[in-house]
Design a protein around this ligand. Structure first.
Ligand SMILES: O=C(O)c1ccccc1NCC(=O)[C@H](O)[C@H](O)COP(=O)(O)O
Length: 210
């Protein structure tokens, strides 16, 4: 069975929709350039609505300890998802915070997958995400997808999740092609950047569970 993380939630109604329709994980973004950046007070308010069977994932871009400390506390985070974070730094974060680590690996070519092995013994899961263009403001959440066939025959060093450009119309195909056990979506369930759409969240999760 495939499960799903709805990333970049920032309102109670859309968070509640994700939970009601069966998300296994909800993502809170802590990155100020993002339209999904979550103030700590809002993170605390949303975190309190999340039942124990759903995990709260904090999403970061090479974060420092001060940001992590505040976010972990405010968002009652269960998992830390790290983008653009070298394995040595990810390991230090793991030891300091004692929380599971998801390492994002940005993929455009088959060679990009090699980075996954550097997180062996450090990360609990690899999130394969589409590589965003050089100079882009965000390393994720841009609705870009990579060639799923790149994953064919790849020996995954760790449990993994598929991300990047998924939406209600393509997620079933993505699962069929890649065999992903966990999928992750952000802009594919939005009506505009940073604005989650309850109908699209429901459609995405129904497609995952179909
Ligand atoms: O979504 C963001 O704004 C974001 C900002 C900084 C780092 C990561 C970010 N998103 C990470 C995610 O987990 C997204 O869900 C993932 O990149 C897929 O996004 P999309 O292609 O829009 O579904």
């Amino acid at each position: 069975m495939t499960t799903a993380k709805i990333c970049g939630l920032s309102t109670a109604p859309t968070l509640d929709a994700a939970i009601r329709h069966g998300a296994s994980h909800v993502g809170f973004v802590f990155f100020t350039p993002s339209p999904r950046d979550l103030p700590f007070a809002k993170a605390a308010e949303l975190a309190a609505r999340v039942p124990t069977h759903v995990q709260r994932v904090g999403v970061f871009v090479n974060p420092d300890d001060a940001l992590l400390e505040q976010a972990v506390l405010a968002g009652s985070l269960d998992i830390l998802q790290l983008h653009k974070t070298a394995s040595e730094r990810a390991d230090a974060i793991r030891w300091r915070f004692g929380l599971p680590i998801w390492a994002a690996v940005a993929v455009r070519t088959r060679a990009d997958l090699d980075a996954a092995a550097t997180y062996r013994g450090v990360a609990d899961r690899i999130l394969y995400d589409a590589k965003t263009p050089d100079g882009a403001a965000l390393p994720g959440g841009m609705g870009l997808r990579f060639d799923w066939d790149l994953l064919a025959g790849f020996r995954h060093p760790l449990p993994w999740a598929l991300s990047g450009g998924l939406d209600p119309a393509n997620v079933a195909d993505a699962i069929r092609v890649t065999g992903a056990e966990l999928v992750d979506v952000s802009s594919g369930v939005e009506s505009a950047p940073g604005i989650k759409d309850e109908t699209r969240i429901a459609a995405f999760l129904q497609a995952v569970n179909a």
